[in-house]
Design a protein around this ligand. Structure first.
Ligand code: SF4
Length: 315
């Protein structure tokens, strides 16, 4: 059963360089489905639109068009009550645990705040839930009396995860949750997320540029480039049978994952304010054909779970 469906989502915003305004086409026609209890990872280079996609799902960035359907309702057009329900059931873990916690609030207040806003629980009930969330994330009760600056990066991310858990969410959107942490701490946080997912049947949309982490954690993987999903499939399909030249190049950029050096990633990501015509990857693709500069590729179905947007003939 799908918990979240995104249909033909577009997000754009204006920036200025002081002289003229530009429109950034951050998300361009993204459609995907996430099943209850799975971890779908979205991978791609920095600037590919994956964080904007996450913010649009959380309603932190307005969508230009499209649908975001959560448990059967399009949250872009629901009533206030349904939106309140959505905000309880969907929580986000941000990249930077240093800026995502209010430095002036004790941890007990940080963890109580979502419960005070969204529920009518008594102080006693709130304290019990908070203690439980702290325990689930490996924090001891003494931590609750302290301020964020008294913790390490890894502990702060545990606090951010505890805050995401207090409302008993069904869906967690994790945007690069370990990339700001020391490598030695990353594995602990990744294992904690995996353990929480199994224990509480949580669903995750996991945004990351780190393919090694994705390979360990994800059930399915979507590869994003210039605001589009170019390939999506199970972890096995993406890591052991990638079809899109961009996916292959991306995997080849991580030596520990892929020794096949046939396609290497060259050049920089083009500007999202001036998208290439035809295939978005054609300016960097070693397999580019004349038609690729003109025609935008449709999604080709390779299996029930594996889809690719490329004009090469895979069949
Ligand atoms: Fe490369 Fe053409 Fe496929 Fe785009 S459509 S990835 S340019 S071969």
């Amino acid at each position: 059963m799908n918990i979240l469906e995104i249909k033909d989502l577009y997000v754009e915003y204006k920036t200025t360089n002081g002289i003229s305004n530009e429109i950034i086409h951050a998300v361009n026609g993204v459609s995907l489905e996430i099943k209850k209890g799975e971890i779908l990872a979205v991978a791609g280079e920095s600037g590919c639109g994956k964080s904007t996609l996450a913010k649009a799902i959380m309603l932190l960035e307005p969508a230009k068009s499209g649908e975001i359907i959560f448990e059967g309702k399009n949250i872009l057009s629901v009533k206030k009550d349904d939106l309140k329900n959505f905000r309880k059931k969907v929580q986000m873990i941000f990249q930077n645990p240093y800026s995502s916690l209010d430095p002036k609030m004790k941890i007990i207040d940080t963890l109580s705040e979502p419960l005070r806003i969204n529920t009518k629980f008594s102080d006693e009930q709130i304290h019990k839930i908070i203690k439980n969330a702290a325990c689930q994330t490996g924090l001891d009760e003494e931590c609750l009396k302290l301020y964020p600056h008294e913790f390490s990066g890894g502990q702060r991310q545990r606090i951010a995860i505890a805050r995401a858990l207090v409302l008993k969410p069904e869906f967690i959107l994790a945007d690069e949750p370990v990339s700001a942490l020391d490598v030695s701490i990353q594995a602990q946080i990744i294992n904690l997320l995996k353990q929480l997912k199994d224990e509480y049947q949580l669903t995750f949309l996991f945004i990351s540029h780190d393919l090694s982490v994705i390979k360990y954690l994800a059930d399915r993987v979507a590869i994003m480039y210039l605001g589009e999903i170019l390939e999506i499939g199970t972890k096995e399909e993406i890591f052991y049978n990638p079809k899109h030249p961009y996916t292959i190049a991306l995997l080849n950029s991580v030596p520990s994952i892929n020794k096949n050096k046939k396609i290497l990633l060259k050049g920089d990501l083009p500007s999202a304010s001036n998208l290439p015509t035809g295939c978005p990857f054609h300016t960097r693709c070693p397999k580019c054909m004349p038609v690729c500069r003109e025609k935008h590729p449709d999604n080709i179905k390779l299996s029930d779970t594996h889809y690719v947007k490329c004009l090469l003939n895979f069949l």
